[in-house]
Design a protein around this ligand. Structure first.
Ligand SMILES: CC(C)(COP(=O)(O)OP(=O)(O)OC[C@H]1O[C@@H](n2cnc3c(N)ncnc32)[C@H](O)[C@@H]1OP(=O)(O)O)[C@@H](O)C(=O)NCCC(=O)NCCS
Length: 413
């Protein structure tokens, strides 16, 4: 074992130092209420800290989750907070502790890991690859072409976090959809929202929350930012849009990450005219794209065993590299997924260690292969910008074999 200055977080001993890190990072103010929210956050999930003179100066927190891969559900490790204080930057603490958390996620049975990134490049050093562009939209609620009848909603507060968590877990899900656990991870998001608003409907079994929107009110006239929402049926989605529209007499704009399964522009009246007329203003109608989350495979065999791809199967040798082994430096039993494999992609898929004579070869980093497997971009596109190499014929075959819907996590963390 190494004598690196890392140890598991102990709430009683370390929470004050971790709160100080969060203050230095500008994530919270030096106020009791905010410090208490952080204190509660660190009661759940798993955290390891890097120390100087025995004091925690860097902390990496991860929590339990699930992620959809088509109709399958995989165990997910979600890296939820990586922070280094002002006196410990550039020592490699954040990178090494993130890598160590990946080893623990694997030990806990997680097949894949995900996170929201502060920038692209840093987490690539431990094997993550970027997700696809998500659309960030801002629109005038009055311009929504929704005729669904308005029904008065109920108010939701941070105290309703268990209901909110359950509604999120029960939401309509597609490829890439994530759940985080325990419910307290949602409590943190709700309590951490500035000037919150929460509105929803309790149509579930036993009067439970079925569909809702939650977010931040900026000003009297908006923008209102929707950060969390869930629904189970198209009718419920339409009811939420009717609810948003009902606020249009007062609120000039709502912003949100697009819901994913439909194109919001279809529901906005005169979208180009409105865009011209509002351009440059606080309530401008906007559509921006940004890739802000990343994933990486932790257990290749487990991921491939849950992969079912229609169409012609394909078999090839994979030479996989994984930067995490260089970062872990032999400290943990899990050293990443680098190695030679024979991959079958098809209705039944698999990854078997070894090589088979006569098969075409794909060379890739785990970063790029995770993106290919998750459906972020086709192989031929990844071959242009990422560390993924094969002859043109194999790339073409991969483009045909791996045709997945665009993944969306649908849960911001
Ligand atoms: C991000 C953060 C945790 C990094 O902490 P750290 O302990 O200094 O990180 P490390 O020492 O492990 O790594 C720093 C290295 O990563 C590099 N790096 C940072 N961002 C990078 C990027 N986008 N692409 C490539 N490399 C990057 C740095 O240049 C530095 O390299 P060097 O050591 O060769 O100079 C720290 O800056 C921080 O706490 N920021 C505020 C909170 C935050 O945004 N956290 C991330 C949430 S997702």
């Amino acid at each position: 074992m190494s004598n690196r200055p890392f140890r598991m977080f102990d709430h009683e001993r370390d929470i004050k130092a971790v709160q100080r890190i969060w203050i230095e990072c500008g994530w919270i103010d030096d106020e009791d209420e905010e410090k208490e929210i952080v204190s509660d956050f660190f009661r759940h999930g798993e955290t390891e800290v890097g120390t100087i003179d025995g004091e925690a100066e860097c902390s990496v927190h991860w929590t339990d989750g699930r992620i959809r891969y088509q109709d399958e559900v995989l165990d997910l490790g979600a890296v939820t907070a990586v922070t280094t204080s002002h006196v410990a930057r550039k020592l490699g603490y954040a990178k090494v502790l993130t890598a160590r958390s990946l080893a623990r996620q694997f030990e806990a049975g997680k097949a894949i890991s995900a996170l929201g990134m502060f920038d692209q490049g840093f987490y690539d050093k431990v094997g993550y690859g970027s997700g696809p562009y998500e659309n960030l939209v801002q629109f005038d609620p009055a311009s929504l072409k929704v005729s669904y009848p308005f029904r008065p909603p109920k108010r939701i507060t941070a105290d309703d976090y268990k209901q909110v968590h359950k509604a999120l877990c029960n939401r309509r899900k597609f490829h890439g959809a994530v759940d985080l656990h325990p419910a307290e991870s949602v409590s943190f998001e709700l309590r951490w929202t500035d000037k919150p608003f929460g509105l929803g409907y309790f149509d579930g079994p036993g009067g439970s929350l079925s569909h809702f929107i939650w977010g931040e009110r900026k000003d009297e006239h908006g923008p209102y930012e929707i950060s969390i929402r869930a629904y189970q049926t198209t009718e419920q989605l339409m009811e939420l849009l009717a609810l948003i529209k009902s606020l249009g007499d007062q609120i000039s704009s709502f912003s949100t990450v697009e819901f994913g399964e439909f194109q919001l522009q279809d529901l906005i009246s005169q979208p180009f005219r409105t865009r011209r007329g509002t351009s440059g203003g606080k309530h401008a109608q906007l559509l921006e794209a940004c890739a802000f989350w990343q994933v990486r495979i932790l257990d290749l065999q487990a991921c491939l065993a849950r992969t079912h791809l229609p169409g012609p199967g394909i078999r090839f040798n994979l030479e996989l590299t994984d930067p995490v082994s260089g970062v872990l430096g032999g400290d943990m039993p899990w050293q990443g997924v680098a190695g030679d494999y024979v991959i079958d992609f098809g209705e039944e898929s698999s990854a078997k260690p070894g090589r088979e004579k006569g098969l075409p070869t794909l060379k890739a980093s785990v970063n790029a292969f995770s993106r290919l497997w998750f459906g972020v971009r086709p192989a031929s596109g990844l071959a242009i910008t990422d560390d993924l190499h094969a002859d043109g014929n194999l790339l073409k075959q991969l483009d045909v074999a791996v045709r997945l819907p665009k993944p969306h996590l649908g849960w911001d963390f």
